[in-house]
Design a protein around this ligand. Structure first.
Ligand code: ZN
Length: 405
């Protein structure tokens, strides 16, 4: 290609905005006697929305989709009323900064300042401590004048219209089985963070892509992911996507962390009203916090995380989940290290589909140095994906046999 053509294309891309992206270049917190000031430095003037949420006390700042040029680390720079913050893509077209507050606080003032001197565009927010009662009264939306809600995106998984099932030759139906893989966390919710900084949301997405590739290569499966990029998807939406795709299996992928850094190995979880043990209950509580971490208002979601009634239909699904999890454990054991009591159960919000057999797989401990090293390796991803493939094959052969007899 002639240099002139390359130049012309580059100029064209620059003009239509493909090259330059809006950026957040710094986040600063300052504690003053009468207020805590948060400054978000921006490459350009943007519309924004601020709101506060209780349980736990949070402030959420929504921006258009931006690039975060402030390092990957979620900050725990505690100052004033702010204890920590996280950021990431909340949904297409909408990035989010979630600020954790030590105690209830109110937005005293918010303003977007234009560049002046060395300073770039700055969104300045002042917070003031208030009583819980006052906080409750002030929970409301602060919207800047030009904020427009991003258009709701089409679901990642469209309801799949499957061809009528015909019995196949080798124990498989002629149509492909639909499997949904759910890479845990994403966007402003990083999940667990490893000893050398590897983030759970990154590992789960990488492994999900490998599982999709390996399963689809077999020619027997159609695999959908609940997210294809570093974006947050609410827990309920994840299993609803699986239902919409008429999936026959739902696998939520995670990686745990523990204060005991010696703990290693894979464990597999299914849904149950009562947890199998204290650790499983604690893990479910931790994974269920995902929505709160991503800055979602849970106050009008009655049953997503709260207790639930198990119907007959769900019992059948839970039995299927348990059968798949037992098969998977045997396959994983052939190549990977398992945690003791490998199959456990608890009230995981993401496993609550009444129709799709669902399991949650903790791929290892990011808090353990050896596990974290494994979770960076492509070779290990393929090993995991191949054990999932073998287990799915066995599970569906069994299902086919039962449906014929
Ligand atoms: Zn997780």
């Amino acid at each position: 290609m002639a240099i002139r053509t390359v130049l012309a294309i580059t100029l064209l891309l620059t003009n239509i905005g493909f090259v330059s992206a809006m950026e957040v270049t710094d986040v600063r917190i300052g504690a003053h006697p009468d207020k805590t000031r948060l400054v978000v430095e921006l490459s350009e003037k943007v519309p924004y929305r601020i709101f506060t949420l209780p349980n736990p006390y949070r402030m959420v700042i929504d921006l258009p989709q931006v690039e975060w040029k402030i390092g990957a680390k979620t900050s725990s720079r505690s100052s004033g009323v702010i204890s920590s913050y996280r950021f990431g893509l909340f949904q297409k077209g909408n990035s989010r900064l979630v600020v954790d507050m030590k105690s209830p606080a109110q937005v005293l003032r918010h303003v977007l300042l234009p560049p002046s001197g060395k300073n770039k565009n700055r969104l300045v927010i002042d917070l003031k401590s208030v009583s819980p009662a006052l906080f409750q009264r002030s929970e409301r939306r602060f919207v800047s004048r030009d904020w427009v809600d991003p258009k709701p995106q089409a679901a990642i998984v469209r309801p799949a219209v499957l061809p009528p099932s015909k019995p196949g030759k080798k124990g498989f139906q002629a149509h492909k089985r639909v499997v949904v893989i759910d890479p845990g966390h994403g966007g402003p919710d990083p999940g667990a963070i490893g000893t050398s900084g590897l983030r759970e949301k990154v590992v789960t997405l990488r492994i999900a892509h490998t599982v999709k590739r390996v399963l689809e290569k077999s020619g027997r499966y159609k695999v959908f992911l609940t997210r294809n990029e570093d974006v947050y998807v609410p827990l309920r939406k994840r299993f609803e996507l699986a239902e919409g795709a008429r999936a026959e299996l739902f696998l939520s992928l995670h990686a745990d962390s523990n204060r005991d850094r010696r703990l290693r190995g894979v464990s597999i979880y299914t849904l149950s009203e009562r947890a199998s043990d204290k650790e499983a209950a604690a893990l479910a509580a931790k994974e269920n916090r995902s929505d709160a971490i991503a800055g979602i208002d849970l106050s009008n979601q009655s049953d997503a995380v709260a207790s639930f009634l198990i119907e007959l239909r769900q019992r059948q699904t839970m039995n299927e989940s348990a059968i798949f999890s037992e098969i998977l454990i045997k396959e994983v054991a052939k190549t990977s290290r398992l945690l003791r009591n490998t199959h456990r159960f608890a009230g995981f919000a993401v496993l609550k589909s009444p129709d799709v057999p669902s399991i949650l797989m903790e791929l290892g401990y990011l808090s353990n140095r050896q596990d974290e090293r494994l979770l960076r390796k492509r070779k290990h991803y393929i090993k995991v994906a191949e054990s999932i493939l073998r287990a799915a094959d066995k599970y569906f052969v069994r299902k086919e046999r039962l449906s014929r007899s």
